[in-house]
Design a protein around this ligand. Structure first.
Ligand SMILES: [Zn+2]
Length: 273
């Protein structure tokens, strides 16, 4: 489990899983938290329970995203109606007695409630966890190249500010393990898409042309810059530099699996201690 030091003194329970500590068999070994794929659901529910227990999460309601590389964010406030979400059956699993809800076509979750665990999924895309200690509001975002291109981090900050009364300068941010600039290779159309939403000057810090016509992209750095451009203080941002693609022993990777079956990692957050 990876945790950010920047949240150590915050009233926030949080963690991002790795491959370690679960019960799944290859190729999902061992900690796979995705119940959308072909892995044994009993194993996946056990893995989620193990992760939540390790983080001392006591809430019995979990809201998980069904991600589509969008910039759609679900805000979960006190008056939130869970009936608008899709329930997932947890009977006869380690999560029996829990309520697990799926937020369809959603890539980000925000809450200030202490009785809900938020869950987002990753296997190379960039996890962004945001927390405001003043209003005690937390967000988790799934920002791959499309999300980053569409400035998802900015949308997350704007939503926290407009809907939860957050000030950007109060936000603490963690950018998690994801595809690193060492390995994350893209073609020119991807770079061209970024050039529509970012200046070339800024992109010069994130795009590294290779002599064989491809580009390496530093999504973590670009997301860190995006957060700062939207008012998050640089000293309030922590970046995990681990690369999921070459971090074979510790991380699942979509790119490394090359279209094959693989495990998925999750960010878990719950407000309060
Ligand atoms: Zn790498």
């Amino acid at each position: 489990m990876n945790q950010f030091k920047i949240f150590e003194s915050a009233l926030l329970r949080h963690g991002i899983t790795t491959r370690h500590g679960g019960v799944s068999n290859p190729p999902y070994d061992t900690m796979n938290t995705s119940f959308y794929g072909q892995d044994d659901k009993v194993h996946v529910m056990k893995n989620i329970k193990l992760s939540m227990d390790a983080l001392k999460m006591t809430a019995k309601t979990i809201v998980a995203t069904a991600q589509v590389h969008s910039t759609n964010i679900l805000s979960i406030k006190d008056d939130f109606d869970f009936q608008v979400l899709r329930p997932f059956d947890t009977n006869d699993t380690a999560l029996e007695g829990y309520k697990l809800y799926i937020a369809d076509k959603t890539d980000g979750l925000i809450t200030n409630r202490e009785d809900v665990v938020l869950m987002t999924f990753y296997a190379d895309c960039v996890p962004i966890v945001l927390y405001d200690p003043v209003t005690r509001t937390a967000a988790t975002l799934h920002s791959g190249w499309r999300g980053t291109k569409d400035r998802f981090g900015q949308i997350g900050i704007e939503t926290m500010c407009s809907q939860f009364g957050v000030r950007a300068e109060d936000i603490r941010a963690g950018i998690g393990q994801s595809a690193g600039k060492c390995c994350y290779e893209v073609d020119f159309p991807v770079i061209a898409a970024f050039e529509k939403n970012y200046t070339k000057t800024l992109l010069s810090g994130a795009v590294f042309p290779k002599d064989y016509g491809k580009y390496h992209l530093d999504l973590k750095w670009l997301n860190s810059q995006l957060l700062q451009m939207n008012g998050v203080l640089p000293q309030h941002i922590e970046v995990n530099q681990d690369c999921t693609i070459c971090g074979t022993e510790r991380y699942h990777s979509h790119r490394r699996a090359n279209g094959g079956a693989r495990g998925t990692m999750s960010a878990f957050i719950q407000c309060g201690l």
